[in-house]
Design a protein around this ligand. Structure first.
Ligand code: ASP
Length: 354
């Protein structure tokens, strides 16, 4: 994957207040019309034409742009590694990071980065847009300007938000608690199980009791080994044994995110419990997350979840599916099955409430 480096001294002629690195991956944000009226990705070097007020932020900005910007539906673990490596390699030279990313899979990428960047003490703010920056009513300008402001916000020399977040439509959310919930209106993201870390109005109001703590002064460790041998089973009334068995017998399968009903409930049909039990005996990890965007899994509260607990299904507590997928792939890649079983129910980056 090729990268293009662009330097934008948006602070001219003053002294920059902060140094920020932007990673531009693509998505709707950067679309513009070509001479035939077709939407194509814009050249990031022209950002000041679209957004002259960037200068007022007094920032020194370096941009690493994907040579070929992508729709985020095409994102995969290789792109996650590249984003992580750019942040890691330029960590000490910058005060904060902004990642411009399509909204469709932004919550997955933000979750993955939260687990990959161990010991993070600086802001990594994901943002994007529902309407291209070339459109008069676009949300791209506000989203980027405020994301940059948050990425550069410091108090007594230390970052106000030392974690991976999504900033969108006036709200700052923890990345690994977020979900894309809307494809047309501007309020595309929500984090049903965790309060916003900040709300932007005339001022940016930070919710300091919700923002993650700094990690001491240790080094930033980048973890990049992923194992994609996982799957998701979303339960629905009428799901067939054939389908469940087919997934659970996939060659090389190591873990499954089981999307259950309500507070972690599943049918008590003997065939389902038996298929899951046999999979667990074959050392396949099954993690129970709820289909509800708010609330949590409480295995044992109802008879319909007690069986899952008895056979060794692991409660995902209040984790999103996006966080569970990214976490399982990274833990399996870095530590293997035995350690993943012990680590998956721990809060590693604020992704769940134990
Ligand atoms: N399909 C686009 C993407 O995720 C949507 C967006 O950016 O909002 O790349």
């Amino acid at each position: 994957m090729d990268l293009k480096k662009i330097s934008i001294n948006a602070a001219l002629p003053g002294k920059p207040r902060s140094r920020i690195l932007i990673i531009y991956t693509g998505g709707t944000f950067g679309m513009t019309y070509d001479k035939d009226g077709v939407l194509i990705p814009f050249d990031f070097a022209s950002i000041l034409e679209h957004l002259p007020s960037l200068k007022n932020l007094l920032l020194e900005i370096t941009v690493y742009s994907f040579e070929t910007p992508i729709d985020s539906s095409n994102i995969d673990t290789e792109h996650w590694k590249l984003i992580g490596k750019i942040i890691h390699d330029h960590y000490h030279d910058n005060d904060g990071f902004v990642v411009l990313h399509g909204t469709d899979t932004m919550a997955y990428t933000a979750s993955a980065l939260s687990f990959m960047l161990e010991g993070l003490n600086k802001p990594v703010i994901f943002t994007g847009a529902q309407l291209p920056i070339s459109e008069p009513r676009s949300d791209a300008r506000e989203n980027l300007i405020t994301a940059l402001d948050i990425a550069s916000a410091r108090k007594d020399g230390e970052a106000l938000v030392p974690e991976v977040c999504i900033y969108f439509d006036y709200e700052l959310l923890r990345g690994n608690r977020s979900k894309k919930v809307e494809s047309l209106r501007f309020d595309a993201f929500d984090s049903g199980n965790y309060p916003p870390l900040a709300k932007a109005g005339v001022k940016i109001d930070y919710n300091f009791s919700a923002i993650g703590r700094r990690h001491g002064n240790g080094p930033l460790t980048l973890r990049t080994r992923f194992d994609s041998n996982i799957s998701i089973i979303k339960l629905f009334p009428g799901i067939s044994q054939q389908v469940v068995r087919g997934i659970l017998h996939t060659d090389g399968l190591k873990a499954v995110v089981l999307e259950t009903y309500g507070s972690g409930n599943a049918p008590t049909f003997p065939w389902l419990i038996e298929e899951l039990k046999k999979a667990i005996e074959r050392d396949i990890i099954i993690v129970n997350v709820s289909q509800c965007p708010g609330g949590r899994v409480l295995q044992g509260r109802y008879e319909t979840s007690k069986k899952l607990q008895q056979i060794g299904v692991i409660s995902g507590a209040d984790m999103t599916t996006e966080a569970a997928v990214a976490k399982l792939m990274l833990l399996l890649g870095e530590y293997g099955t035995t350690r993943t079983k012990n680590m998956v129910s721990l809060s590693l980056a604020g992704e769940l409430t134990a």
